[in-house]
Design a protein around this ligand. Structure first.
Ligand code: ATP
Ligand code: MG
Length: 428
């Protein structure tokens, strides 16, 4: 498998002296979330205000790699990528009553110069349906699955969880339309499997549970993907024996429906990293959207909606794997896989470091070279704070033995190795 998401950035290598961000020991006084504290200190995000963060070059690389993994898995089940807009007309949301602030309480709204009301996208469920209306007319056009990576804006009451709860955040949202219930059910289940692969590849598969939740229209439940995480805002009720997880909102219902026994359930803190809905024909009926079926009658189509919180999942991963030295990225989504350090600035050391830098790049491995004139301890501390998975050191000492010093981010002690072995290890 290639480097997911890196097609966007041909730049596999970067030197610290060229990277404009710096690490820092301090964070804004109002920042309480561990994920944001570490991401700010390591130069991944910049806090603009509560719940609003800018993604700096390192943070953007992580996001792009997460997107790359999600994109591969959505494409694999037939999703077609598109990009909707953030400006949404009121009328589209009125058809389902969801323009009403009493029903959706996190809207940001504004007006055109003409006075016309405009909503800023908190979701794209209705606008996507409305767009598909113009293209999907017949059973022959079905099924269709489309998805996007798009900014969502939500006027959240509390935004104290760093990038895990943004007032502006990035979501992957996919939508599918079908001629029959069976076809939607089948695609819905394919999506569950695709989501499991996504969370596996992000390194949190073993902590993430498909969870019964509220909000299904056709089916009684929707499914959330909940990742065990102390910093999460949700509670998960887990039957370990039967591997069934239920969220707090539907606890009583699910206990009855699924035959669970309440005292067997473990109550655990979790973060919702995804949520999928089977709407049946409800939405199409509300919005008056139909297709011509084989028997030539007009029917409302079946509709599913599937979200992943891209920036939230980045925050959850930052929280979960961090240690007392800083971030710890899984290899798949680290902004750079190798933190290359030269100790000393003799022409020989610099030439050797440059050669290793070039060799890594030629092997398709992204590398951040700490070429600053700084103490070794300072360079090591920065590589650790940034959470780069592999550290490689070149010094007079390693050159004398014609070797490199290698240490994995969570290893206790470094080992000596050769360039060849290093490349083997990193391309395995
Ligand atoms: P929550 O209950 O956490 O407010 P939600 O159920 O309202 O989330 P959905 O509308 O299901 O969220 O959105 C799909 C996914 O987007 C969620 O599963 C979550 O991962 C992510 N998400 C939702 N709200 C936020 C937010 N404010 N910041 C970051 N990610 C979010
Ligand atoms: Mg949800």
């Amino acid at each position: 498998m290639g480097e997911p998401g890196l097609a966007y950035a041909k730049l596999l290598t970067m030197k610290r002296t060229e990277l404009f961000t710096k690490t820092s020991k301090t964070v804004p006084a109002d920042e309480t979330a561990l994920n944001a504290k570490l991401l700010i200190r390591a130069g991944y995000v910049h806090k603009e205000m509560a719940g609003v963060y800018a993604y700096l070059p390192l943070g953007l690389r992580v996001l792009e790699k997460i997107k790359g993994i999600i994109r591969e898995e959505m494409n694999a089940i037939g999703g077609q990528e598109l990009l909707m807009t953030n400006l949404q007309p009121k009328a589209v949301w009125q058809t389902t009553q969801r323009w009403d602030d009493n029903i959706v309480d996190i809207w940001f709204k504004t007006k055109l110069q003409s006075g016309e009301d405009i909503g800023l996208a908190w979701s794209h469920e209705e606008p996507i349906m409305n767009m598909l209306r113009d293209y999907v007319h017949s059973y022959k056009d079905l099924p269709v699955a489309v998805y996007q990576f798009q900014t969502k804006l939500r006027n959240e009451l509390r935004a104290k969880s760093g990038i895990m709860r943004g007032r502006e955040f990035l979501m992957k949202d996919m939508y599918s339309v079908h001629a029959t219930k069976e076809d939607l059910d089948d695609f819905y289940n394919q999506t569950i499997e695709a989501y499991k692969r996504v969370y596996d590849r992000l390194g949190i598969g073993n902590l993430t549970y498909v969870t019964f939740a509220s909000g299904g229209a056709f089916t009684k439940f929707s499914h959330e993907f909940q990742t065990l995480c102390e910093a999460g805002e949700d509670w998960l009720y887990l039957d370990r024996e039967r591997n069934i997880a239920v969220n707090e909102e539907v606890l009583d219902d699910a206990v009855k429906e699924l035959g669970l026994s309440k005292d067997k359930l473990e109550k655990l803190r979790s973060a919702e990293v995804g949520n999928i809905f089977n709407f049946g024909t409800d939405k199409a009926e509300q919005m008056g959207i139909t297709f011509a079926d084989q028997d030539n009658t007009q029917k409302p189509f079946y509709y599913g909606s599937y979200g992943i919180g891209v920036t939230r999942v980045m925050g959850v991963i930052a929280e979960l794997f961090a240690d007392d030295r800083g971030l710890v990225w899984p290899d798949n989504i680290a902004p750079y896989r190798v933190y290359l350090v030269n100790i000393g600035n003799s022409p020989e050391v610099l030439a050797r470091t440059q050669a290793v830098y070039d060799a890594l790049q030629e092997s398709g491995i992204d590398v951040l070279w700490d070429d600053r004139e700084a103490r070794p301890g300072e360079k090591f501390a920065d590589g650790d704070l940034m959470g780069i998975p592999h550290r490689v050191v070149i010094s007079e000492k390693t050159m004398a033995s014609d070797s490199l010093e290698y240490k994995g981010r969570t290893d206790e002690t470094p080992i000596n190795t050769s360039l060849e072995e290093l490349l083997n290890r990193l391309t395995a």
